[in-house]
Ligand binder design. Structure first.
Ligand SMILES: [Zn+2]
Ligand SMILES: [Zn+2]
Length: 359
């Protein structure tokens, strides 16, 4: 099936919580960045009425949930919801359950945080493990990674003016955690920017750090949707949520180089498969990666590297079951930086007598 690639910027705040732009302003920044979709997630605020088409940009609204009395941990992105699900301090599992009951998808936001000594903010990581029913993890949060690099004042000034010099990719621990969780079942990976447009002062310096215009051009989640846009916001939103629910998506640092056209697919005797899908293979499976530009490609199986290539293509034939995902790196300012992270394709080896459809 041919999918339609839509570029989405997820995890954005507006003036309804601690951001500094309105929904309309966010839509205007998104249009300038060439985005198709933005997902606004204000803290414990759901502005469903703001959802809709703004020119060529589909503005979708969710919320970022946390205990209103304790904002220091367990931030949960609630997206695709049909109502406000912010409800007191019932706990992380109750929040996930509420998101699911509202027809939405729950993603654990910036699950592992490191806060540099000069960040001036605490580490807001996910501590309530053992929860279930969430759709996935925010594998890469631009603002969160940025905070981790603010370890001394010279670096902080450098990062404030040229964030692209410090940003490298998701924390390795987050990727390791994802691989661990993927062993037990589907966990969709998304990228978020956590755009706020806030201004910070550092001595005589006063600077808007990571402005909307920058972040909305930086780190995106590319979605492979089933149908062309209809122009009806509710119907088009459903296409976005379906792709996200299935993990038919990849994370891309488009600010480094546009990643539109990246693909990771599998082929077996049974057909061809997209990211987020499961191949039930009785024989050989061919995994194919195609990048729109020359990069370093790594194919990872169950968290370990199984194939590597520098170029625009990587092909790997295998009979081994496992969870396969792709990482692409691109050199910038003397260092390899994460550029694309795919969602996985799961290969299940079928043997004679294996019951069809069993897990
Ligand atoms: Zn957060
Ligand atoms: Zn946030």
């Amino acid at each position: 099936m041919a999918f339609h690639e839509r570029i989405g910027n997820l995890h954005i705040h507006t003036i309804l919580s601690d951001g500094h732009a309105t929904h309309a302003e966010v839509a205007a920044f998104a249009a300038r960045a060439g985005l198709d979709v933005v997902v606004v997630t204000d803290h414990n605020v759901y502005a469903g009425a703001a959802q809709g088409w703004h020119g060529d940009v589909l503005v979708l609204v969710g919320e970022e949930l946390h205990d209103p009395e304790d904002a220091a941990h367990n931030h949960l992105l609630a997206i695709g919801i049909d109502r406000d699900v912010a409800g007191g301090d019932a706990g992380a599992q109750a929040r996930i359950d509420a998101v699911n009951a509202a027809g939405g998808l729950a993603f654990l936001a910036h699950p592992i945080e490191h806060s540099g000594a000069c960040a001036g903010e605490p580490e807001i990581d996910w501590v309530c493990w053992g929860v279930s029913g969430y759709a996935g993890l925010e594998i890469w949060n631009y603002m969160s990674e940025f905070k981790a690099h603010l370890t001394n004042w010279p670096l902080t000034v450098l990062a404030a003016y040229w964030p692209q010099l410090v940003i490298r990719g998701p924390h390795p621990e987050t990727l390791a955690l994802w691989d661990e969780l993927l062993a037990d079942g589907p966990v969709v990976g998304i990228a978020g920017t956590d755009a706020h447009g806030a201004t910070y002062s550092l001595g005589p310096l006063c600077r808007q750090v990571l402005p909307y215009a920058y972040l909305l051009s930086a780190l995106n989640t590319h979605l492979l949707v089933r149908e062309p846009w209809s122009g009806d916001a509710a119907r088009d939103a459903a296409l976005v949520w379906e792709a996200l629910r299935r993990g038919r998506a990849f994370m891309a640092y488009d600010g480094l180089a546009p990643a539109r056209g990246f693909s990771f697919t599998a082929e077996s005797a049974g057909g061809s498969y997209a990211m987020g899908e499961t191949v039930d293979a009785a024989g050989e499976v061919t995994l194919r990666v195609a990048a729109p530009r020359r990069v370093r490609l790594r194919l990872v199986r169950n968290g370990s590297l199984v194939a590597e290539a520098t170029g625009m293509h990587l092909t790997h034939r295998t009979r081994e079951a496992g969870v396969y995902r792709v990482e692409a790196y691109r050199r910038y300012a003397g260092r390899q930086r994460a550029w694309v992270l795919s969602n996985p394709i799961r290969v299940r080896a079928l043997t004679t007598g294996y019951p069809q459809g069993a897990r």
